[in-house]
Ligand binder design. Sequence first.
Ligand code: ZN
Length: 364
Amino acid sequence: MERFTKYKTMVFPREVIVGHNTTDQIKGLCNRLTISTNVLIVVDKTTKKISGDRIAKILSGSGYEVNMITLSSPIIKRDIPIAWPSTKEVTAVIKAAKKHNSDFLIGVGGGSVIDVTKLAAYDLSKSFVSVPTSAAHDGMASPRASLKNKKGSISKTANSPVAVLADTAIISKAPYRMLASGCADVISNISAVKDWELAHRLKDEEFSTFAASLSETSSKLLLDQGEDIRTGLEEAVWQAVKCMITSGVAMSVAGNTRPASGAEHMFSHMLDRISPGKALHGEQCGVGAIMMMYLHGEDWEEIQDFLRTIGAPTNAKELGIPKKNIVEALLHAQEIRPERYTILGEQGLTKDAAKKLAKITHVI
Ligand SMILES: [Zn+2]
């Protein structure tokens, strides 16, 4: 009989607090984590005012040594901060943490502040607490982060947060477009899992039924709630954030981003190179998911309907991206991660196929 030699490491957040006015629970949360009383809070100018200062005040008043680093504010386009963390910002946080001997980090902000904190904490081998002030993608609880480089954006390994504190009252005040983008990111799990199954069948890639089910559950729950995802509704944030956290947990179970990132993510990353700063990550992934679901022969119209219902983009025009760039991104998407097998195959699509795909799904 063959000996069983498999093993796996899974790192999860220890505590997740989601709901109305939960910011004040930061003290109890940090006390229970019992890491240390020396903390570095990472914010940007906006999130400092929204939540960072309040958290600093609560912790300073509770015997914590609190230091804060304010990152440069992201560029605002159509009311939305469009930004990825850069190596420079991550280095600045690492330097600050070393200078103050900080034992753990708290990232207070949107996706890019959380990603900077996540990457710095990983480099420092320290724990970090994720305090999202908006929910534009599923990174608030995931072990991966996006980092900007000369070519666009790349996905990097990091650790999951040791805890997540999501205040729905605060997140519901962020522009609705961000929440819709976060929901679109979660919905794209459906096509990501299809790609993963395909890679498992064709390339014998390791597949986790557990991780795939969790990921699908998070997107399918959301799919049923499209009507309830709308602007000004704190309950919508509550439902969506829970799904985003589950999606992050699915990645922790898999030990990679497979449950939440397939060809639709490659398409989005390629758009970041071709049409940088036009649309949000999740918005691009949603449109990508429509097209990849069509290629998989699955119900792509269901995805399109959902995105329309929640007010997320479903085509080039709504993304604010020229049609030819959509085709270009489809053509080159597979080059983002050639080792990750998806429905785009090893060679990617031909120009005719890419055009046809985008037209048939009404993306162009
Ligand atoms: Zn994503």
